[in-house]
Design a protein around this ligand. Structure first.
Ligand code: GLU
Length: 290
């Protein structure tokens, strides 16, 4: 469908397993938001973590999306094809001294946190002024201390002091792999993404991504973080917890269940196309002026 607006959205699954209902809810919300804005919708396979990626999961994800009527308006992007681009931006950040090598192990970071009274895992800035001759392991972005604020379309005003709450964060991991934060920001910027719709598990990652966007001169998209689907114990569904894969059986029942999860009433359509038509209308009414 040709786009009639400048809206560009995306769904960016990691192929660490097949989609579960939580990830399908994210696909649904980003797809329906793009359609309601008469925009463009892209799929990007975030396969930058070979130790965690499952061979063939990308194909299963794309097939399941297609079975539900969601197909990318542009060629699907795989992050493994984008290494050179990440390297180029990383080198630029390095030249500008916005990232630095860090020699700390996880154990050393936790020990320093305990000593300094910081929350466990916050990077205390140990290597900001050099590694004292130790070889660098990971590379970190030097966070600024001014609070980052944005208005999330679902969750409202968010403010975070990245330096205090996260500390300088990793952009290239100790195993040499690119960190999600760096790759996602470069890919969203290069694709001209205007709107990110994804799960609330990533809400607190957004300020880090906004700092990186500023550093590379990219505009920040609008954000909407939707509620997570939880299991009977109230735990977030996740591939790591081996949440059941979503299937293409009973597509209408699944679509209605996800629609209710997104705060609407069951549509009870006769077919998938009719479901989407009605869903897009309802979404437009509720969300398109926000
Ligand atoms: N690849 C991430 C995931 O599957 C999502 C990234 C994003 O939407 O920014 O959790």
């Amino acid at each position: 469908m040709p786009s009639r607006t400048s809206y560009v959205g995306r769904f960016a699954p990691s192929p660490t397993g097949p989609l579960h209902l939580g990830s399908l809810a994210c696909a649904m919300a980003s797809w329906v938001d793009a359609r309601a804005h008469e925009g463009t919708w892209l799929v990007r396979i975030e396969d930058i973590d070979p130790p965690r990626d499952i061979p063939g999961a990308d194909r299963l994800i794309l097939e399941l999306l297609a079975a539900y009527g969601m197909t990318s308006d542009r060629a699907v992007v795989w992050q493994h094809d984008r290494n050179e681009r990440y390297e180029e931006i990383f080198n630029d950040l390095k030249d500008r001294h916005l990232v630095y090598g860090c020699a700390c192990t996880r154990g050393e970071i936790f020990a320093a946190d305990a000593q300094l009274g910081l929350a466990r895992g916050v990077y205390p800035g140990t290597c900001r002024n050099g590694t004292q001759g130790r070889p660098p392991r990971a590379w970190r972005f030097a966070a600024t201390s001014d609070p980052v604020s944005f208005v999330d379309r679902w969750c409202g005003l968010q403010t975070q002091n990245v330096e205090k709450e996260t500390g300088d964060f990793v952009v290239r991991r100790a195993d040499g792999l690119w960190a999600y934060q760096l790759a996602v920001v470069i890919d969203d910027a290069d694709a001209g993404i205007t709107d990110v719709v994804r799960g609330q598990d990533l809400l607190d990652n957004t300020p880090r991504q906004m700092l990186l966007q500023r550093a590379i001169g990219a505009a920040s998209p609008r954000y909407m973080h939707i509620p997570l689907v939880t299991d009977a114990h109230g735990d977030k569904l996740s591939k790591q917890r081996k949440a059941a894969a979503a299937t293409s059986e009973d597509r209408l029942g699944t679509l209605d269940a996800l629609w209710v999860h997104l705060g609407f009433e069951r549509i009870g359509a006769d077919n998938v196309n009719a479901f989407w038509q009605e869903a897009i209308n309802q979404w437009k009414e509720r969300w398109c002026s926000i």
